[in-house]
Design a protein around this ligand. Structure first.
Ligand code: ZN
Length: 131
């Protein structure tokens, strides 16, 4: 996994209090005085965390709820139970594993197929249920 430094997730925006000048005019006891901007500390800009709204993006993605990498499935397959599978089950499993990433939501086709493939394989079935 690639870690993105938090500095890169920040943006700098012009201080609205001083319009980026870093200087703010205040009136003290009726006298107009220029001071270092209280809003930005005289920098003229403020650093803000960058917030990304994924709502619009998510609406365009397929309805995936529990994405997992298929290697995670491979890791929980019991070798003895795999060896006992009939060839048709092994073929079906191979198709699922070749996807790379699958949606393992428990009402989904991938999950239900895995439950059928490992229906008589209690160790692997329980491990996949727990993913
Ligand atoms: Zn300012």
């Amino acid at each position: 996994m690639r870690i993105i430094p938090m500095e890169k997730l920040k943006i700098e925006r012009v201080c609205q209090r001083c319009s980026g000048t870093g200087v703010e005019t205040v009136v003290i006891d009726g006298v107009s005085t220029e001071i270092s901007c209280v809003g930005c500390g005289g920098d003229g800009a403020m650093e803000s965390p960058l917030y990304i709204d994924f709502t619009a993006m998510n609406a365009k993605l397929p309805n995936a709820f529990k994405l997992i990498f298929t290697y995670q499935i491979v890791e929980v397959i019991d070798a003895t139970e795999y060896a006992a599978l009939v060839d048709a089950a092994k073929d079906g499993l191979r198709i699922i594993l070749s996807c790379g990433v699958v949606d393992l939501i428990h009402t989904g086709k991938i999950y239900l197929n895995l439950m059928a493939i490992f229906g008589s394989s209690p160790i692997t079935k329980a491990a996949i249920e727990a993913l």
